[in-house]
Design a binder for this molecule. Structure first.
Ligand code: ADP
Ligand code: NA
Length: 330
């Protein structure tokens, strides 16, 4: 039996990914690529929904791809490509936008959040139609499973609605995908502000742990992480968000259970605990960082790998797109 298809992607919105992208996405993708026919893209078209410097965008896209590979996504096993290299994404997005209700798109909470942050005048139509492009990304590949964070669940619901609507109007064309929502314990919070999600596009980066940071800089950030005055290493998301966040990171990177970490650090202070975690982080990210920098030192080879993978993605996507054109009379 052939493997079920899986699709996921990330925006190239910074020079480095952060540890939340690694724990919440890349670690899972690495495992999932074994049992699924996985497509992982760097969604540079999505990144255009906020202002970008062209040279910087191109560099961030390359760096994001290099970090996928360094974290263990194998371009010989998965299809790892850059979204804009496959023109079918933009083409299908247009078609899908014509069957999306204006009110339906307006109900997307991420658009409401982002547009209120930038202001209505500064928000583009692209930001508004972003979820339609995401639906195209997923549906082009006849995707079965979409691993996403909580915040993207509504967009996958829209994708399902659009697939069902198109199928009902024009005949069975798209597979209706199912979201795979990451567990709460895979969610990482900002080290300085442990009730808000760590993000590579955060305004303040003091509490963000970067994959490509110098190991000593990461260790320093962990030593300075916000905790509380209780002095006990104990998991309690509400009362102790800082310590709980550090425990989650520790457990995710070592494969250990939180209670076993609580036992290990019972009767010891936060200093010891943070030192232990800093060591884990440095050991885990040292090799990932080195591998990413190695890949980035040979951009021609990296571009070749990405082009080859984009060719494969395009061949799959074109098949869906030509059926779509045929069904709707183009
Ligand atoms: P960011 O907020 O860093 O720009 P994205 O929105 O591009 O992240 O998300 C890319 C992937 O990383 C998604 O699968 C998302 O669920 C995951 N992710 C992002 N931030 C976190 C986090 N703080 N904890 C866990 N997973 C995260
Ligand atoms: Na591949």
């Amino acid at each position: 039996m052939s493997k079920a298809r899986l699709y996921s992607g990330m925006q190239p919105s910074a020079d480095s990914l952060q540890i939340g992208n690694y724990i919440g996405a890349l670690l899972q993708w690495r495992d999932l690529q074994e049992s699924y026919d996985a497509f992982f893209s760097v969604v540079d078209l999505h990144a255009l929904t906020v202002p970008n410097d062209p040279a910087e965008l191109r560099e961030k896209t390359r760096r994001t791809a290099a970090q996928y590979i360094a974290a263990g996504i194998e371009p010989s096993k998965s299809t790892l490509y850059v979204q804009s290299h496959v023109s079918a994404h933009a083409e299908l997005a247009w078609i899908l936008s014509t069957i999306t209700g204006f009110g339906e798109a307006g109900r997307m909470t991420q658009f409401k959040d982002k547009s209120s942050r930038y202001g209505a005048e500064a928000s583009s139509v692209g930001l508004f139609t972003y979820p339609v492009l995401m639906a195209a990304d997923i549906l082009l590949y006849q995707t079965a499973i979409v691993p996403v964070g909580d915040d993207q669940k509504q967009h996958v619901e829209l994708t399902r609605d659009l697939a069902e609507r198109f199928n009902a109007r024009y005949g069975d064309t798209f597979r209706v995908p199912v979201p795979m929502i990451q567990q709460d314990t895979a969610r990482i919070y900002d080290l300085q502000n442990p009730t808000s999600k760590m993000s590579k596009s955060a305004e303040s980066t003091a509490g963000v742990l970067w994959l490509l940071d110098d190991p000593s800089a990461s260790a320093k950030k962990i030593m300075r992480a916000v905790t509380d005055s209780e002095g006990v290493v104990r998991y309690d998301r509400n009362a102790k968000p800082g310590v709980s966040n550090l425990l989650v990171i520790y457990a995710a990177l070592t494969g250990r259970q939180i209670p076993s970490l609580e036992d290990e650090y019972a009767g010891r202070g936060y200093g010891d605990f943070k030192k232990g975690l800093a060591e884990v982080v440095v050991n885990e990210f040292g090799p990932v960082r080195e591998r990413a920098l190695e890949l980035l030192a040979d951009p021609a080879e990296l571009d070749r790998v990405l082009a080859k993978n984009a060719d494969h993605a395009a061949s799959v996507a074109e098949e869906t797109l030509s059926t779509v054109y045929d069904r709707i009379g183009l």
